[in-house]
Design a binder for this molecule. Structure first.
Ligand SMILES: Cc1ncc(COP(=O)(O)O)c(C=O)c1O
Length: 355
């Protein structure tokens, strides 16, 4: 599976210094980087000679408080990706339906554990919104994977829709995996209805990540929420010490701070509005409304396709994410939201190339 953020390959291909590259291809928050992290890493250094936490209770307790849920409903992962693989392992072999376009790793994980996959395509003409009636029509699979907010479209399923979907899933005895790796960027955050469903013991897993929101891709930390019995069964498959001492300490301290999330959300919202407004003025670009920290764009140009655009942007040292492995046609690309200065560079480069 191809991912955004492959700075090494890009710097080699175009003979650029890593530091000079403007990476709009990976959708990680690097707009506001909590300075506290460096201090925490330094303080944690003496712990490297010991095994990290086994039960991970303290961090799970903080997450429990943050989410208004119980300790037993939480499992921690070495990035949310570990949980995607753990859940795919736990549910397999199965028949799974993946709502696409979406993060490519669901397919890889499910396939690797022997599951049979079918795709349900969100349609561009419906702005990539989920049409439940259309989904129900051909839903034979017992497991459904949904990314919400969706990577790469940036869209969100309305709470009421999600509520209806979960009721349907209960009635039909199916299972829902909801990847909410980007939920922290969304204004309203955790849906109270969804929380109630977990506490009521529905067959759902919710996957969350600290990587994206706090910009900790190299540190790796994520968690999943589910009913107690499910979490217990996942725990049986989880390797011990999966969160290293640095990630653990950073998680503990960052999650206690209520001000940082407000700042991150506010900065991203402001820049998303600015970037969307300016890019919408460029004739050959069609933008899809995003609730999160990246924007999906369709390129409609008589001479320039996305491959060519990537080449041209490389002259400006800019990386974007093309649609490979995203189950979208090749006219789409995705950009992340960066600082105002960097966003302006992107806007001007696109203007120069496309006009
Ligand atoms: C939708 C989605 N879920 C999960 C992940 C995995 O993130 P991490 O393992 O860093 O938490 C990604 C990474 O790109 C993603 O886009």
């Amino acid at each position: 599976v191809l991912h955004g953020g492959n700075i090494s390959a890009f710097s080699k291909k175009y003979n650029l210094n890593r530091e000079d590259i403007l990476d709009f291809s990976s959708n990680i928050n690097n707009l506001f980087y909590p300075k506290e992290i460096e201090e925490i890493l330094k303080e944690s250094f003496p712990q490297i000679t010991q095994y990290p936490e086994l039960e991970q209770e303290e961090l799970r307790e903080i997450i429990a408080q943050r989410e208004g849920i119980n300790l037993d409903n939480i499992i921690l992962g070495n990035g949310s990706i570990e949980l995607i693989y753990l859940i795919a392992n736990f549910l397999s072999p199965c028949k799974a339906k993946i709502i696409v376009p979406a993060f490519g790793e669901y397919q890889r994980a499910l396939k690797g554990f022997g599951s049979r996959i079918t795709l349900f395509r969100l349609l561009e003409e419906e702005e990539f919104r989920l049409d439940l009636d259309r989904l129900y029509k051909d839903l034979e699979e017992e497991i459904i994977f949904i990314c919400n907010p969706n990577n790469p479209t940036g869209g969100m399923i309305e709470e009421e829709y999600l509520d209806r979907l979960i009721d349907f899933i209960r009635k039909k005895r199916k299972f829902l995996v909801l990847d909410e790796a980007f939920i922290d960027f969304v204004e309203d955050g955790f849906s109270p209805k969804l929380k109630a469903k977990i506490l009521n013991g529905e067959d759902i897993f919710i996957i969350r990540s600290l990587t994206k929101f706090y910009g900790l891709a190299g540190l790796r930390i994520g968690y999943a929420l589910g009913k107690k019995e499910l979490i217990e069964r996942l725990n049986l498959r989880k390797p011990p010490w999966n969160i290293n001492c640095f990630a653990y300490q950073v998680g503990l301290k960052l999650l206690k701070n209520k001000e940082i999330p407000k700042k991150i959300k506010e900065k991203i919202r402001k820049e998303r509005e600015f970037l969307s407004k300016e890019l919408s003025k460029i004739e050959h670009l069609k933008l899809f409304e995003s609730k999160t920290n990246f924007i999906l764009i369709k390129l409609i140009h008589p001479e320039v396709d996305v491959k060519r655009l990537q080449e041209r942007l490389a002259e400006y040292k800019i990386m974007i994410r093309d649609s490979e492995n995203l189950n979208l046609d090749s006219s789409f690309f995705r950009i992340s939201i960066k600082s105002n200065k960097e966003n302006k560079i992107l806007i001007n480069s696109l203007r120069e190339i496309l006009n």
